[in-house]
Design a protein around this ligand. Sequence first.
Ligand SMILES: C[S@@+](CC[C@H](N)C(=O)[O-])C[C@H]1O[C@@H](n2cnc3c(N)ncnc32)[C@H](O)[C@@H]1O
Length: 168
Amino acid sequence: MADRLLRLRNMTPEVAGLIALLIRSQRSAHVLEIGTSNGYSAIWFADAVRDTDGRVTTVETDVERVEAAVRNIEGAGVSAWVTVVHDDGGNVLAPTLDASVDLVVLDAERPAYADYWPHLRRVLTPYGVVAVDNAVSHGEQLTKFRALLERESGKAGKRVRGASPGGR
Ligand SMILES: C[S@@+](CC[C@H](N)C(=O)[O-])C[C@H]1O[C@@H](n2cnc3c(N)ncnc32)[C@H](O)[C@@H]1O
């Protein structure tokens, strides 16, 4: 296995802390993370959802990492707020209910994110947020995903203009 895939690739504390701040300020009730690794970021998010009466679902394909995450989350005393799912992120998104997730954190294999987009749009609550780790440092792997987001924000702009008092 390539070295990159063997490494745990945890978020930096600055990024995990920023998302935890977003969870608290948005009062997120349901956070869905795709890409658990050993549970480092999930522990930050769990600590935040304790304050919002929320919960975290985090999804990981690698069974050894799932086991490590469960151990680490238990060790941190936050397992009551986290469900670790051993599956592919796409498989978990597909049956997720419409408008049921306040914040999706994408921290897995970036080229797959564009395929997630139809489900992300559907599962997010109004004003829901998608946070993408490494979106700047690995922007070249997100070209298709970014184009989908830009197309969507163009549509939102048209809706807002159409709804304005002047109808412009
Ligand atoms: C960057 S690491 C996640 C780091 C973690 N969020 C943290 O900060 O502690 C990416 C993880 O995503 C997992 N992964 C890759 N593709 C996936 C997929 N389609 N669904 C779920 N997990 C996936 C990898 O096995 C790897 O452990």
